[in-house]
Structure formats: C-alpha cells, structure tokens
Write a protein that binds this ligand. Structure first.
Ligand SMILES: NC(=O)c1ccc[n+]([C@@H]2O[C@H](COP(=O)([O-])OP(=O)(O)OC[C@H]3O[C@@H](n4cnc5c(N)ncnc54)[C@H](O)[C@@H]3O)[C@@H](O)[C@H]2O)c1
Length: 439
C-alpha cells in the first residue's frame, strides 16, 4: 500500500521519499525493481524514479526535515488475541518523533498520517508516542485510511470514490485536500472530514460491510444448492434493487487476503473491549470459515470419502488453477487456495498448481509439497479433476476441450463460477460450482 501511495503521490506532481526497514526491498526499489505485482504500478514507478521525484531510503530521518506530510503505511498484522498489532506503527512514530527536531523551529506543523489500517484511538497513541520523544517541533497526527483494492490499486488510488480524513485542524485538512485534489478531480469522488476516531472506524466498518455481503451471498449460495435454486439468478435479482446494488454479491470459495481476515478480527476485538460484541460480524467470520471448506467438501462428496479412512484420496491427482487470494495480484496471504491444498494433501491426494503471478510466493511457502505447472494445460496432465480457486480472466477463456484431453476424467470443481452449468453439461463435463446444481 505504501509503494502504491508513494508512486501515485509522485504521479500527482509531489516529491516523495519511500522508507522501509527492509533494506533489500529498498535496494531493489532504488535499482528500479518493483517487488510486488500490481497492474500499472511498474510504469508509474519507473517514470518517477527516473524523473527523480520518487526516491527511496532506509533512513526515515532523510525525509522529515522538509516534508509537508509523513505517511505511516506499515503492516498492522493480527495479534494472538485478534487485535491489530501496532508494534510497527508505534516504532515508526518514535522514529518520526526523534527526527522531528531536524525541522526548522518555525516550520509548519508536520502532518503525520496514519494510513495503515489501525483501531480507534491509534492517532491519539501515535501522537503521545511522538510527544514522548521530547520534541518541541509542531506536528499533528491524523487518520487517512486507505480503501484501495489489490489488483486495481493504482486505479483506485488515482480515482478514489472518496477520501476520508480524520483531523482536528483546518491546517491539516488543507494539506490533505491539496494532496488529494488531483485525484478527486479525476474521479469526482467525495471528500469527508471527520474526527480521527470516526475515520479509523470507517475503514473497519467498510471492510466489515463488504465481508458481510460476501458471507451473506455464500450462505444463500449454499441454500440454493440444497433447495435446487440457482444463485446466479438470485444475486442479479436482489442486486437490481437500488437499496442493495449488485457489487460484492458473487459467491465463491470464501474471502481471504491480507486485509479482511485481520481487520474483521481487530474490529471484533474492539467491540469486545468496549462491551459491544458485534454479532453479525462474528457470524460473517464463522460463515467464511465454513465456506473456505466448500470446495474440499465437494471433492470429498464426489469421491465418496467417508470420515476416518486414512488417506482416502491416495492415488488421486488434482490440477488446481489459481493460488492468489484473488485475480490480478501475487498476494497469497490468507488465500483459500492454500487451505484447499492443505485439505487435499491431508486426504492423501497429490496436486499440480498454476497461477499467473503467485507461483513464486507459493513455491517459497510450500516448496515441493505440490508440483508447479508452467501453464494451465500442463497443470491438467494426468489429473483426476480440475479445481479453480482464483478468478483470473484467462481461465474463463481457457481451451477447456484441450484441458479435458489432458485430464483423466472430465470433472471440474469451480470455486469461482466461471462457467454456466448448462454449457458444461452440454460439453460433457461433470461440473460442481458454488450455489448452482451440480451437473
Ligand atoms: N494491501 C492492501 O490492499 C491494503 C489496502 C488498504 C489498507 N491496507 C493497510 O495498509 C497497511 C500495510 O499493508 P500492506 O499490505 O502494504 O503491508 P506489507 O506488509 O506489504 O507492507 C508493509 C511494509 O512496512 C515495512 N515496515 C515495517 N516496519 C517498518 C518500519 N519501522 N519502518 C519502515 N517500514 C517498515 C515492511 O518492511 C513492509 O515492507 C496495513 O495496515 C493494511 O491493513 C492495505
């Protein structure tokens, strides 16, 4: 998120210094290498690195003396108890506090921006950590949560639906408005100024709402399967109601990724801490835990696996298309594919995998527990069935007849509903999907 923000602020004509404690990352960036896959990032990054208005350093103090704003974009992973681990945020706060005295005494206040997803009260905590360093330079800590989506991060940043700023002063609002003006002009998006606590909560509430919609439609999909209805019909008809809208009503193999799972846990923790348990959110998480087993359950059912038998899928080999937690990213954090792989391996099966961007990350994590195919067709060679877990658009237009020739049987478990059951039936497939009748 920090790299995308840095590149996009540079694109808007600012001079940006990106800082990271990971010195190998900084070295790669300085050499012009983008360490993640994100559509459109490479081009903007290279343009501004070349022009000299996007630079990188391992030293945070290099950027503080003459900055207008300092953005904290570090990770906020899940702690043991579900809460957001603020260790990295508070470390950076301390470093900023120590570097503040490099600023001229009469400089404008430095606007320190919590852009990481952080629980209510963090702006105040960051502020007191900085004040605790004994600095006498002026600063204000504000909240500016980020709503970009991996896979379309650049477009989301350059053309935001809205920008949320939680701050106490008009000065801070003016600095942020000037930074975001080009983006909001391009998108016609909305500007929301509020208090820091409301801004912090807005980010969690937005992610919770999106996750709730996914779990809701996944549960309706499960019911569709049981009663013989078709979720494709149901979802478009409910989405046509302008009070509901069509977005985020696609059933699938459960949500994963680096944000929803940890942010939901953090919000649940906030609710518990304040004596206000969030019951709909607990159910969302529980439904998702169940949904992440949906594809593996279909496989077990198809092969008549009964509980207790050791390695009941021994001798079976599966092809798995898709490893990233969603399309257009190489991110495998909390990816449902990894859970699916674990379940099938535990039942004794062997697996060949393919993904357009996430193979290196999976190789680093799973090593030789699975085999890695160079392309989707090679992945199918000798497999008993094809499983689809990520909605890469290339899979939707793949040559299924060619895939079928490589498979031992024309059997597919489609966790992303890329195809219509009638068409698959007509083409002679045994086809299992989410929320539609198996054919
Ligand atoms: N990834 C997304 O799509 C997304 C979207 C919106 C919000 N967010 C939020 O943004 C934050 C970052 O997410 P991410 O996915 O970019 O995480 P990430 O783990 O990919 O990146 C965090 C970076 O911070 C660096 N870091 C850690 N401690 C540091 C320190 N003391 N000084 C400098 N750098 C340090 C790490 O080395 C790492 O490169 C999280 O709070 C996340 O919830 C992420």
């Amino acid at each position: 998120m920090g790299l995308v923000a840095a590149a996009c602020f540079a694109e808007a004509g600012n001079s940006v210094l990106g800082v990271d404690v990971d010195s190998s990352k900084i070295q790669r960036l300085q050499k012009g290498e983008v360490p993640i896959f994100e559509p459109g990032l490479d081009e903007i990054f290279k343009r501004h690195l070349g022009a000299g208005n996007l630079t990188f350093s391992s030293e945070l103090k290099d950027g503080i003396a003459d900055a207008h704003a300092a953005f904290i974009c570090v990770g906020t992973p899940q702690s043991e108890d579900g809460s957001a681990d603020l260790r990295f945020v508070l470390q950076v706060a301390e470093q900023i506090g120590k570097a503040l005295n490099l600023r001229p005494k009469d400089a404008d206040p430095l606007i320190i921006v919590d852009k990481s997803t952080v629980p209510v009260g963090t702006a105040a905590r960051v502020s007191s950590v900085i004040a605790g360093t004994g600095t006498d330079r002026a600063f204000e800590v504000i909240s500016n949560p980020e709503f970009l989506r991996e896979g379309s991060a650049i477009q989301d940043f350059l053309k935001p639906d809205r920008v949320v700023v939680g701050c106490d002063s008009d000065f801070a609002e003016d600095v942020m408005k000037a930074l975001y003006a080009p983006f909001l002009q391009a998108s016609g998006g909305k500007w929301f100024r509020m208090d820091p606590a409301s801004a912090e909560l807005t980010k969690y509430a937005a992610n919770a709402m999106l996750a709730l919609r996914i779990s809701f439609i996944n549960e309706i999909a499960g019911l569709c399967e049981s009663i013989g209805a078709d979720v494709d019909h149901v979802k478009v008809a409910i989405g046509a109601d302008h009070r509901i809208g069509p977005a985020f009503l696609n059933p699938g193999p459960g949500f994963g990724g680096s944000c929803f799972p940890k942010d939901l846990q953090a919000l649940l923790k906030t609710g518990r801490e304040h004596g206000h348990p969030l019951m709909a959110l607990s159910a969302t998480v529980e439904a998702n835990r169940h949904q992440k087993q949906a594809l593996a359950s279909k496989v077990r059912k198809h092969y008549d696996v009964v509980g207790g038998a050791p390695a009941p899928l021994a001798g079976r080999h599966f092809a798995l298309w898709g490893l990233a937690f969603k399309a257009h990213t190489d991110d495998i954090r909390e990816s449902m594919s990894l859970e699916l792989i674990d379940s099938l391996l535990a039942l004794g099966a062997t697996i060949s995998v393919h993904d357009y961007e996430a193979m290196p990350a999976v190789k680093a994590k799973l090593g030789d527990r699975v085999t890695y195919a160079s392309d989707p067709l090679a992945c199918c060679e000798g497999a008993d069935a094809l499983l689809i877990a990520t909605e890469w658009p290339q899979y939707k237009v793949a040559d299924l007849e060619a895939a079928a020739k490589k498979l031992k049987a024309k059997v597919m478990f489609d966790g992303r509903n890329l195809f219509r059951p009638e068409a698959m039936k007509a083409a002679g497939w045994v086809y299992h999907s989410i929320g539609r009748r198996s054919v």
